[in-house]
Ligand binder design. Structure first.
Ligand SMILES: Cc1ncc(COP(=O)(O)O)c(C=O)c1O
Length: 402
């Protein structure tokens, strides 16, 4: 059967690799399993969600507009302007925003839009932070680009070193995926860092896509956003303020609504306009009741503040239990711990076998690229999503076993 040969260069999805690693291992303890491998919120979304879905239950029969209802796009535009203190009317609900069925599908499809057949005299490049959310690499590969992995290690503050990207690579770059707060390390890109990434995108003519889906889960300081960085820079060389920049946001983490499948992409009107065109062929529409629920959620901040406070308490538990061990640091954003355990795979097996705790080996969310070591192989990733009592139990077991 003929298949797209690019599929062969996709690595195993991390949770598939995790099953292969742990399926033969039977926990030796009777403790109830604690699953910290998946970044799935455990809090319930606010009642507002179910109430709004119920109020619009008569609209399941209708085909929804691909771009999103005007009401949803306006709620998003208002939220972006408030959250990132953007100039009045900087975000136009019609030109700058498209709704998505969760950010995953949009992040994936973007590469089909912005990766040409050739760039800078060679095969196009997609820049991917390493470790990375697997979709970036999948999107790069399936679009026929060379994924170039930018290691984000403790030495460079867990953010790719922009100054170290060779000029020959930048010239071939069509797309740069950045993630802030970063999954898995929780690092927040500073406004200056974002400005520099945007400056490079404009200089070398590529699109920078900033995945901001953890933007509302932070410890102390709200993470700056790429649209905010655009506003700080002023107009670009092309069509206005958001020239060559798009951001992705989601309700999955902000509103603990991963099952709703609702997010958006916003930014450069040329990208958004062409993305709408492409999505008319191959995008996922979001059902109308879900669009109404999303409208209500983007207009409400109370549940987001409550959610954030709960994550802070979880990280208090983590800090009290393991500060000073495994290179512990309190992440600035997101809800993962990235712990240096020496050998991530071995620690994962030990934690499952001797403590019934399931975590993700850091190496599964990164890769050894360009002759360098896998920057995740010393680490494990833990999703800090459970209630405080479960977390206390988990850390007590972890300290016993590792
Ligand atoms: C970094 C990152 N980006 C995007 C997503 C996709 O989120 P969703 O499709 O639920 O919006 C995830 C989900 O875990 C993620 O970790």
């Amino acid at each position: 059967m003929p298949l797209n040969p690019q599929l062969d260069s996709l690595s195993d999805y991390p949770f598939e690799s995790l099953r292969t690693l742990l399926n033969p291992v039977v926990p030796r303890v009777n403790d109830p399993p604690i699953l910290m491998s998946v970044g799935e919120p455990q809090h319930q979304p606010p009642a507002l969600l179910a109430e709004t879905l119920a109020a619009h239950a008569h609209e399941w029969n209708k085909y929804p507009p691909m771009a999103g209802t005007p009401e949803l796009r306006q709620a998003i535009a208002d939220w972006l302007a408030r959250r990132y203190r953007l100039p009045q009317a900087a975000v136009d609900a019609d030109r700058n925003i498209l709704t998505l069925a969760g950010t995953k599908e949009g992040l994936y499809l973007l590469s089909s839009l912005v990766v040409p057949r050739r760039k800078g005299g060679g095969r196009p490049v997609v820049l991917v932070p390493n470790p990375y959310y697997l979709v970036y690499n999948g999107a790069a590969t399936m679009a026929g680009a060379d994924a170039v992995f930018l290691d984000a290690t403790r030495e460079n503050g867990f953010m790719p070193d922009l100054a170290a990207i060779p000029r020959a690579i930048l010239e071939r770059t069509a797309l740069f995926y950045l993630c802030s707060p970063a999954n898995p390390q929780g690092t927040i890109a500073s406004l200056d860092y974002l400005k520099e990434a945007i400056r490079l995108a404009r200089l070398y003519d590529f699109v920078v896509a900033v995945d901001e889906c953890y933007a509302e889960i932070y410890d102390r300081v709200p993470p700056p956003g790429a649209l905010e960085a655009c506003a700080a820079l002023g107009a670009g060389v092309g069509d206005g303020l958001f020239d060559r920049v798009v951001v992705f946001h989601s309700l999955s983490k902000r509103s603990s609504a991963a099952g709703l499948r609702s997010g958006f992409v916003a930014g450069d009107p040329r990208v958004i306009g062409q993305f709408k065109h492409l999505r008319d062929y191959g995008g996922c529409q979001v059902p109308l009741p879900i669009q109404w629920a999303a409208t209500a959620l983007w207009r409400d901040e109370a549940h987001v503040e409550e959610n954030r406070a709960r994550y802070r308490r979880k990280f208090d538990v983590a800090e009290a239990a393991i500060a000073g061990r495994f290179g512990f640091y309190r992440p600035d954003g997101g809800f993962f711990l990235w712990l240096d355990v020496g050998d991530g795979e071995a620690a994962t097996v030990r934690l499952w076998r001797d403590a019934a705790i399931r975590v993700l080996p850091g190496g599964y969310t990164a890769r050894a690229a360009h002759g360098r070591e896998n920057p995740g192989s010393r680490y494990i990733r833990l999703a800090i999503v459970h209630d405080e009592a479960t977390l206390e139990a988990a850390f007590a077991r972890l300290r016993r076993v590792l």
